[in-house]
Design a protein around this ligand. Structure first.
Ligand code: APR
Ligand code: ZN
Ligand code: ZN
Length: 361
């Protein structure tokens, strides 16, 4: 029987989000219905609301979530009812050219649920990132459910579903940060903060946090930054070079997504160093760099989608490290809120007051 549940939708461009009743179908082949326990508020949800992603309103928002599998459709073997799962937006297909070459973390044909969730009048919803988890229950592809140790609190576990994983992975997967490396992170919100934490986990010897907001620099210190630079008052490129013997950092993570900060990252890395762009630019942004500098400085200029994570490999491992006290994921949960407070949480996020607000259901 299709179920009616409460959920947060964005009905039209720029209009405040609203709590309404939606219809969740029974899971079909390869699908699962998940009872959501917690879901973080992310910039991408706000971008959907503002029409910055596409025009397929109404959107069912929310995508950084954890919950319990309630039911599964035909042929589902990877999860069963009762499993505690983190939802992911990289359910790999196993068959595309990237999967076949053993690089499923770049899968070009990821799965979502085939059936649609709807409003009561039958209007089809577009779930954010194929998830839609500001809802008591949601329908996803079974591969979007990654089982993790249920000892972890849902509010913490769910954050691995998007921004925090992106930042951790930018450092440990894409940037390949290793023991003894020097790392600089430009922009220390939820994503950049996670890159700081990931760098510490990977054994970086020097971790330089750069932001224009002193509150974020304080958090970055708690997460493992050894040095902080307020780039409103100090030139970050000079500061990073000074802190690295005049050379620049081995790895620079750009977690803002702007041409100015990308250029800072480009010039703040050592020769043969790596830049990782994990901040998401907007379509009108362009970058101009002397091509000779691109050549002459060597190294690697990479971008990181979702931290190049493979959920089945990374989520359980990161939750285990969290439960061992080796990865302070809890630091990202600034506040927990009710389903009807998402609009106000957008406001606080916009003003930089929070790392993450997490809706508890
Ligand atoms: N220089 C340095 N830091 C900056 C600058 C700048 N010019 N402009 C903004 N920042 C800082 C902000 O002060 C904030 O701490 O960047 C941080 C951005 O953090 P959040 O707004 O919390 O965003 P977050 O969730 O971390 O995402 C960062 O990654 O996934 C993408 O879409 C996401 O592009 C966004 C980026
Ligand atoms: Zn694939
Ligand atoms: Zn997100």
């Amino acid at each position: 029987m299709p179920q009616q549940v409460k959920a947060v939708i964005a009905r039209a461009k720029g209009a405040p989000v609203e709590v309404t009743t939606i219809v969740v179908p029974d899971p079909g082949p390869g699908e699962a219905v998940v009872r959501i326990q917690a879901c973080g508020v992310c910039h991408t949800d706000l971008h959907y609301r503002e029409g910055g992603i596409n025009d397929e309103f109404p959107f069912l928002l929310g995508h950084e979530a954890a919950g319990i599998v309630e039911s599964v459709g035909e042929g589902v073997t990877e999860v069963e009812p009762g499993d505690f799962v983190v939802l992911n937006w990289r359910a790999v297909c196993g068959q595309c050219r990237s999967c076949r070459r053993g690089r499923p973390q770049y899968c070009f044909d990821t799965h979502n649920a085939k059936q649609k969730m709807t409003l009561l009048d039958g209007t089809e919803l577009s779930p954010a990132l194929g998830i839609g988890a500001f809802a008591e229950k949601t329908l996803v592809a079974a591969g979007q459910c990654t089982k993790v140790d249920p000892a972890a609190e849902p509010a913490v576990a769910g954050l691995l579903g998007c921004g925090v994983m992106a930042g951790l992975g930018a450092a440990i997967n894409t940037g390949n940060v290793g023991r003894g490396d020097s790392v600089a992170v430009i922009g220390c919100g939820g994503v950049g903060g996670a890159a700081v934490l990931g760098s510490r986990l990977a054994g970086a010897a020097k971790i330089i946090a750069v932001d224009i907001d002193d509150r974020k620099l304080e958090t970055a210190r708690r997460l493992g930054a050894t040095h902080t630079v307020n780039s409103r008052t100090t030139d970050p490129v000079e500061a990073i070079r000074e802190l690295t013997g005049g050379n620049g950092a081995d790895v620079v993570v750009e977690a803002v997504g702007r041409p100015e900060t990308y250029k800072q990252a480009f010039y703040a890395r050592d020769l043969a160093g790596t830049v990782v762009l994990v901040g998401v630019p907007t379509p009108e942004m362009t970058l101009e760099l002397p091509l000779l500098d691109v050549f002459g400085r060597g190294g690697a200029l990479k971008s990181s989608w979702y931290g190049d994570c493979l959920p089945s490999r990374d989520f359980p491992m990161l939750i285990d490290l969290y439960l061992q006290g080796r990865l302070d994921l809890r630091a990202f949960v600034t506040e927990t809120i009710d389903l009807d407070a998402v609009e106000q949480a957008f406001e606080r996020m916009h003003h930089g007051d929070v790392l993450r607000s997490v809706v508890i259901l």
